[in-house]
Design a protein. Structure first.
Length: 453
């Protein structure tokens, strides 16, 4: 069976064994079979990863921008050449269809390309004579050892959103990816070494809360970046900031799509299906709530249902598949329980994906498309991030009520309005609550979808 260990100091850690003695299974979401064992780090491995990064920082921080840029350009070319291999690893462990995985790699490459040209952004500035005999000089310096903790749903993209920018700025990096999909990060590290990233500048540490807490507490870690669930984001922010580190912690999302009666309902239905069920709903920018105003709901829900039933669900390596399985059996069961709970709390279950399976792959983590109508804002399915192929439709009598629903959610990340009326679209942008309060992790944005009358 394949094993995945840590990447520390420019090479696989130790003799390929798990020094902590603990391994975690990685399953193929389409079959349910355990295909890989991943080493789970303890405090000793965390110390080793940080020590390697600290040692490398002594010289990397003073390396020229020209040298860093040259390495990153080589890295970009290697990633581009191996994009199909990266996508295959994502499909095998995360479950998303190959085309979707290729899109993930492409989005990650965009940030690598941005890092290649970061030199201009790193320039300081000088203001002379701001007061008598006083000049002000601003100089940008790297922080030191930076930690990135990323989720399972984009095992390559979010990694590439983190460490290329950090190392381009002269920092060194310890990356803790999700142990549910660890292989993509290892290929990223191997290609970085091939591109010329010095030993210790990029390290990969697999593990659970033991490894995470060891990194959050470590005195030689200067900053932490996290993407994941809201409860864990709160923990990471509180613990790392208490240790004096810079922290950004991005938590859960519940994106709303507001549909007015005058909207092009066919366009709205197309958008709802794509936005809700793409990547099996396992993405933080998925639309998980449609707020239907007035008569819009009665006409919109059947349109969504009709389109949703035509989505082809199957293994990610089958080119006919448009949606793959969920990442683990436990996550699949959690999503299914939310659908069952919604029915018990009064929602109309228009489409129920709990019994879906694929012939010959019955042990896979399959969850069909679910569509829930007349969902109450006090129900569990509305108040929690589901992270699966479940779309909730909330009814509102008026535009005012609909805006109150959107603004009343404690979640970000985005909201959209479907209407033919430019006035409603413009006022929606102005009235959406964009304060960073409670569990909102990004400023709520509003995009208007205007169609010709």
């Amino acid at each position: 069976m394949k094993t995945v260990t840590h990447w520390i100091g420019g090479r696989p850690y130790g003799d390929g064994s798990s020094a902590s003695g603990t391994w975690a299974p990685v399953t193929d979401p389409a079959t349910g079979e355990v295909t890989t064992l991943v080493a789970m780090a303890g405090a000793d491995e965390a110390d080793a990863a940080v020590a390697a990064a600290k040692e490398a920082y002594a010289t990397w921080r003073t390396s020229s921008l020209a040298r860093r840029t040259a390495i990153l350009f080589r890295y970009r070319e290697l990633l581009h050449a191996r994009r199909d291999d990266l996508a295959a690893l994502i499909t095998a462990e995360q479950g998303k269809v190959h085309a979707d995985a290729l899109g993930e790699v492409a989005r990650g490459l965009e940030i690598v390309e941005l890092a290649c040209g970061l030199g201009m952004a790193l320039k300081g500035d000088t203001s002379t004579e701001v007061s008598d005999g006083v000049d002000v000089v601003s100089v940008r310096r790297p922080l030191g050892v930076v930690v990135g903790i990323s989720p399972f749903n984009f095992p390559a993209m979010i990694s590439m959103w983190m460490f290329p920018m950090a190392i381009a700025c002269g920092n060194t990096f310890v990356h803790k990816p999700s142990s549910k999909a660890p292989s993509a990060s290892m290929l990223l590290a191997e290609l970085a070494a091939e591109a010329g990233v010095p030993d210790g500048v990029l390290n990969i540490l697999h593990g659970d809360e033991i490894a995470v807490n060891a990194l959050l507490d470590h005195p030689d870690v200067a900053a932490v970046s996290f993407v994941g669930s809201t409860p864990v984001a709160r923990h990471v922010y509180a613990r790392a900031s208490a240790a004096g580190k810079r922290v950004q912690a991005l938590g859960g999302a519940k994106n709303h799509m507001l549909v007015l009666p005058d909207a092009d309902l066919d366009a709205a239905a197309d958008a709802a299906v794509t936005a809700a069920y793409g990547s099996a709903g396992q993405r933080c920018m998925a639309v998980s709530v449609v707020v239907a105003v007035g008569s819009a709901g009665d006409a919109l829900v059947p349109r969504i249902a009709e389109r949703a039933t035509k989505v082809t669900i199957g293994p990610g390596d089958d080119p006919r598949s448009e949606m793959g399985p969920l990442v683990t059996r436990a996550h699949r069961d959690e999503v299914a329980n939310h659908v069952a709970g919604a029915a018990a709390q009064g929602a109309d279950v228009v489409l129920d994906g709990r019994d879906f399976t694929v012939a010959g792959l019955e042990n896979g983590h399959w969850m069909g498309i679910s569509l829930l109508d007349r969902v109450g804002t006090d129900s569990d399915v509305y108040r929690n991030e589901i992270f699966g192929p479940v779309l909730c439709v909330v009814r509102a009598e008026t535009y005012e009520e609909a805006m109150d629903i959107v603004n009343g959610s404690p979640f970000g990340n985005a909201a959209s309005i479907f209407t033919r009326d430019g006035t409603d679209a413009g006022s929606g942008w102005a009235r959406l609550d964009r304060r960073s309060t409670r569990a909102k992790t990004l400023a709520t944005a509003c995009s208007a979808h205007l169609t010709p009358s």
